[in-house]
Design a protein around this ligand. Structure first.
Ligand SMILES: [Fe+2]
Length: 212
């Protein structure tokens, strides 16, 4: 049983990881994500389930039956278009290209917080996209073998699928607002279609990578 403060998104966000707690009091307006994917256990808000790999916005409630949960407190307490915030993030977090060295990341307005490893098998981080309508670039493979989904933290974005490594072969997308986790894009064998994140407004999203 534990409530662990995570510092990966500081100084911008206060994040807590909660494991095996019967009750957790969520006082301030927060994003709550159920990360109990491997055990398949729901958590409950007023007896209504939040399924694994789903999220919600909650305030002033007791959350029950927690196996693995992430809480982002006061997630909307500042503006994403405040130039001071934008400058501070760009100084604090690395650009995606600095992190990956991948050519398709060169010059795109994506900035990544450090990663946190939680529950022994899951890695998360926050990614700030400073521009609206900015694609991250289609990809099918990742740097290691994980089950990947994305959660929206601030602003709006979408996850898109393509037949080939070419955005003109688009065939499906999921629109994301704060608290939304898109459905799985990987099949039973962990095979992904060509996919990308694409901002709609300046936004922050959270990749969730679970070891396969
Ligand atoms: Fe991906």
């Amino acid at each position: 049983m534990s409530v662990q403060k995570l510092d990966f998104a500081e100084p911008f966000f206060e994040v807590e990881y909660v494991e095996d707690e019967e009750k957790y009091t969520c006082e301030t307006k927060s994003l709550v994500f159920n990360l109990a994917e491997r055990s398949g256990k729901s958590l409950y808000i007023k007896r209504i389930p939040v399924l694994p790999l789903k999220g919600t916005v909650a305030e002033g409630v007791v959350i029950e039956g927690i196996v693995r949960m992430l809480v982002v407190k006061n997630y909307d307490s500042f503006r994403l278009d405040d130039p001071k915030f934008v400058q501070r993030v760009k100084k604090t977090w690395k650009s995606l290209y600095e992190c990956s060295g991948i050519e398709r990341h060169k010059g795109i307005p994506y900035f990544k917080s450090p990663k946190a490893r939680i529950g022994g098998d899951t890695e998360i981080n926050f990614c700030f996209v400073s521009e609206p309508m900015a694609p991250s670039g289609p990809h099918r493979d990742h740097d290691r073998d994980f089950d990947e989904v994305h959660a929206q933290i601030r602003g709006f974005g979408k996850m898109q699928k393509f037949v080939e490594n070419d955005t003109s072969t688009f065939y499906q997308e999921s629109i994301m607002a704060p608290g939304v986790v898109h459905e799985k894009f990987y099949d039973e064998d962990g095979v992904y279609p060509w996919h990308q994140y694409h901002s709609l407004t300046p936004c922050i999203y959270m990749p969730i990578e679970i070891d396969r």
